[in-house]
Write a protein that binds this ligand. Structure first.
Ligand code: FAQ
Length: 330
């Protein structure tokens, strides 16, 4: 574990009957202060944080795959360099997040094992294919755009290590969103064929991105409790609406057709109305039956198996170094 220096035995030992510790925890939450790894916390708070942070970390790592598909086919050296840097950033986000989850006492090996065995979730959005170069623009613009909408409020999450990891992640996601929009803008200012490619990408990614915010508030099992604990600050539906409101003017600026015939400004609500969301599609993708679920998991299992020698070599090197240090000390 990266967090070997932390002694979590005391923090983990507490149980809900420890009223004083629980009162202290509740007081920190009520005062909007941070909970830190050494603090006592209810087992359910710890469990839901590990659930959300590990799901988030896996999303960043699996999220490298759809874009990785286009590294060798980027149309220019500049675009290739940008794409490589972005994918590398996503890998880094996964690592910060695994490290944040480790401070809760769950090892990265345990989390990775849960992903590879299909027990852990990752974002539904990464189970869709990247069919054209415009999809790389759509991912940066829309997927990173949605991720920022969801993740900026997480910078104020009540759990310190998660909140602090999110600050850096959001700065990088903001660059990712801009490069995606820039790519779409270039296509939209290009030939009619390039503009049609941008439109096709928008049409295919729109609904999966709208669904990325999770089930509607009435169906969200975790929201009420996580909002009470200050983990989540804004509900799934409210974030979805904020994303739609911010994105429609960008679609118009690109000169693209709206991907939903029912998208229109509602002056009374001060928001865009949208068409019905096909929740059965989100359920299917989350349950493992999306267009690319099997391919994505197989790619991760393959990468893990092919990387076994690197982990073994690193451990052997660490053991050798330790023996040398002990030898010098003696
Ligand atoms: N996909 O009760 P809720 C990125 C699950 S990172 C799959 O509403 P909650 C960067 C949910 O886990 C994108 N599963 O759950 C990037 C729960 O199941 P569980 C990832 C989903 O936690 C860009 C169940 O359904 N971002 O894009 C999804 O309160 C480009 C019931 O749902 C994060 O993870 C879904 N879309 O709210 C990388 C942000 N939605 O766990 C590369 C942090 C719901 O009880 C390229 N996470 N589920 O078994 C969150 O904010 C929340 O966890 C939500 C779900 C909003 C995702």
């Amino acid at each position: 574990m990266y967090t070997q220096a932390l002694d979590l035995s005391q923090a983990a030992a507490g149980d809900a009957s420890d009223r004083e510790a629980n009162d202290r925890f509740e007081a920190l939450i009520a005062a909007d202060r941070k909970i830190e790894p050494q603090d006592w916390m209810p087992a359910a708070y710890r469990k839901t944080l590990v659930r959300q942070i590990s799901q988030h970390a896996h999303s960043e790592v699996v999220g490298m795959l759809p874009e990785g598909n286009w590294v060798t086919r980027a149309p220019s050296l500049r675009r290739k360099a940008i794409l490589l840097a972005k994918i590398q950033d996503e890998g880094g986000h996964g690592l910060y997040l695994y490290a944040a989850a480790e401070t809760l006492g769950t090892s990265r090996d345990q989390m990775v094992d849960a992903l590879l065995s299909g027990r852990a979730k990752y974002s539904s959005i990464f189970n869709y294919p990247t069919l054209s170069w415009a999809d790389i623009g759509a991912i940066g613009w829309l997927v990173d755009g949605a991720a920022i909408m969801n993740q900026v409020p997480l910078c104020r999450c009540s759990y310190g290590p998660y909140a602090r990891a999110m600050i850096r992640i959001c700065k990088e996601e903001s660059f990712h969103q801009r490069q995606g929009f820039d790519l779409m803008l270039s296509l939209c200012r290009g030939t009619p064929k390039q503009k049609a490619m941008a439109q096709d990408a928008l049409n295919r990614w729109w609904w999966p991105v709208v669904m990325m915010f999770g089930p509607s508030d009435s169906a969200s099992m975790n929201s009420a409790q996580t909002m009470k604990w200050g983990i989540k600050r804004i509900s799934n539906d409210a974030l979805r609406q904020k994303f739609i409101d911010a994105t429609v003017p960008q679609i118009e600026l690109l000169g693209l057709a709206l991907p939903d015939a029912e998208l229109r400004w509602n002056a009374e609500r001060g928001h865009y109305d949208h068409g019905p969301i096909d929740w059965s599609e989100l359920d299917r993708v989350i349950a493992g039956h999306g267009p690319c679920n099997r391919e994505r998991l197989a790619a991760r299992v393959n990468a893990h198996e092919n990387g076994a020698w690197v982990r073994e070599a690193a451990l052997a090197h660490a053991r050798k170094q330790q023996t040398r240090t002990v030898g010098v000390a003696a």
